[in-house]
Design a protein. Structure first.
Length: 80
């Protein structure tokens, strides 16, 4: 898996903290679940391939939308 982080351009740095990209190197890549803890940070997510699968703290499984915003979470989630 490729994971890259980019600083935003100076004109956007007051509004955007970080831009990150995660992508598989092959269509058969398997990824472990990653726990995302509540952190109070607003995030905008855009999937340009297959969306992540989200598992909430109760174990419910959902496919993420192609694009969405997320902010204040009360519980952790896991993504795959």
């Amino acid at each position: 898996m490729k994971y890259l982080e980019f600083e935003p351009i100076e004109e956007l740095s007051n509004y955007i903290q970080l831009i990150w990209i995660a992508e598989g190197e092959t269509s058969k890549d398997m990824y472990p679940r990653e726990k995302i803890m509540p952190d109070g940070i607003v995030e905008m997510v855009f999937h340009f391939g297959d969306p992540f699968i989200t598992y909430d703290s109760d174990g419910h499984k959902n496919k993420q939308p192609e694009a969405f915003a997320i902010s204040q979470m009360q519980n952790f989630i896991e993504i795959e």
